[in-house]
Design a protein around this ligand. Structure first.
Ligand code: HSE
Length: 432
């Protein structure tokens, strides 16, 4: 059988996918048992089709692909919500299978897209949306289908991980490390999606939906980025035996689900602590398998193309066998999981106070923490900086977020506190 592919979007990933389809046509046919042909490609910019040879017909109009009755499979790689959503829905309405790597769209409208796929009896695959070349979607949807998951913890934004790694390795400031990331082509010109945690939140929404059967709207995911992390915090964390990672966290506690993205202190012995540079890793804990770690390149043309090709192969194989819906759609959890309010989470905290170095300061801070039921695990006073100002770093025992917020409001109002206190949550290693 010949499977005709229409590819929309010839950016970095789209160009990579087109090249692999052309260069590895023979290998793919051998492995899949069907011939996969890049039939048409579409992009707003005609120049992007240069270099793809004469194999695929080019158009600037996606409707040409949607209307072509010969095309079995539409691959959407333009990103963003619209027109990607409209194109995917229309492709499915016309009975075409679809593959996308569009994390923002899946995070926002995943259930709606899957409802359409059900309605029209077509397949919707999206391996490229999370973790670049790591086959994490397949692992969670298929490999772990018999598990009840307890936790998914991910380093899923390569740009932020690169920045935090370089800050630690070379004692760079956030902005110096961001410049380096830009220089290497890792960061977007507007780095907000990456460094403010939104990209990680999109990916976490997808993983949460697959892993816990609960679709959490992006607006409900507590999201903090890494802009406020200073060289000092990274140095103090290192001295205390921790590293700082931007972590995407989804955890089930009974019938409640915690879903959040924020910088996190990880003990250097944590499985995720040695995931450095642009690498991604996703740690999954399931009732049957225990802990599993998926690690690999989270961004870049070839790793992302590898994941999109895996989806294309799945659809082509299904078509060759005359089947669809081999992989079940993300299913609701048997028991409804309630989203835990951020105020109600409990964790250990790192705090860095900038204080006027005078008698009684530590006692005052400790008193306020104590009144808010926050127990101090350790205190580290650093050498004074200019003008009798000293950093004080504290680690707490497990405390409630609401208590911590209230305590910090009171502490940051004190005359002896010279700048806003930095607070970073920690994540303890769990059942290896
Ligand atoms: N911008 C993403 C990252 C790559 O830095 O990880 C694509 O998902």
């Amino acid at each position: 059988m010949t499977v005709n592919v229409g590819l929309i979007g010839l950016g970095t990933v789209g160009t990579g996918v087109a090249r692999v389809l052309l260069d590895k046509a023979y290998l793919l046919e051998q492995r899949i048992g069907a011939r996969v042909v890049l039939s048409r490609v579409c992009d707003r910019h005609a120049a992007r089709a240069r270099g793809l040879g004469s194999g695929a017909r080019f158009t600037t109009d996606p409707a040409v692909i949607l209307r072509d009755p010969q095309i079995h499979l539409v691959v959407e790689l333009i990103g963003g919500i619209q027109p990607a959503k409209r194109l995917l829905l229309e492709a499915m309405r016309r009975g075409k299978h679809v593959v996308t790597a569009n994390k923002a769209l899946l995070a926002e409208a995943g259930p709606e897209l899957f409802a359409a796929a059900e309605r029209y009896g077509v397949d919707l695959y999206f391996e490229g949306s999370v973790g670049g070349g790591i086959p994490i979607i397949k692992a969670v949807r298929e490999g772990l289908i018999a598990n009840e998951l307890n936790a998914i913890l991910g380093i899923v934004n390569g740009t932020s991980n690169y920045i935090l790694t370089r800050m630690r390795e070379k004692d760079l400031s956030f902005y110096e490390a961001l410049q380096e990331a830009r220089h290497h082509g890792y960061a977007e010109r507007n780095p907000t999606l990456d460094v403010d945690g939104h990209d990680a939140a999109h990916k976490l929404a997808i993983l949460t939906w697959l892993g816990f059967g609960t679709h959490v709207p992006i607006a409900k995911i507590h999201t903090e980025g890494i802009r406020h992390i200073s060289q000092a915090d990274i140095r103090y964390a290192t001295e205390l035996g921790y590293c700082i990672k931007l972590l995407a966290i989804a955890k089930r506690e009974g019938s409640e689900l915690e879903v959040r993205v924020h910088p996190t202190l990880l003990s250097t012995s944590h499985l995720l602590a040695n995931v450095n540079g642009v690498y991604n890793a996703v740690y999954v804990h399931g009732d049957l398998v225990g802990a599993e770690l998926f690690y690999g390149r989270g961004a870049g043309q070839n790793p992302a193309a590898s994941s999109v090709l895996a989806d294309i192969a799945d659809v082509a194989r299904n078509l060759a066998l005359g089947i669809a819906k081999r992989v079940p759609s993300p299913h609701p959890h048997q028991r409804a999981l309630r989203l835990r309010r951020m105020d109600a989470i409990e964790t250990r905290y790192y705090m860095r106070f900038t204080v006027k170095d005078e008698p009684g300061v530590l006692g005052t801070i400790a008193g306020i923490l104590g009144r808010h039921h926050i127990s101090i695990a350790s205190v580290h006073q650093k050498e004074r900086q200019a003008a009798r100002i000293a950093p004080v770093v504290m680690m707490t025992h497990e405390a409630r977020e609401a208590d911590m917020r209230r305590a910090l409001e009171a502490i940051d109002r004190l005359r002896m506190i010279r700048s806003k206190t930095v607070v970073i949550r920690t994540e303890a290693p769990r059942g290896r």
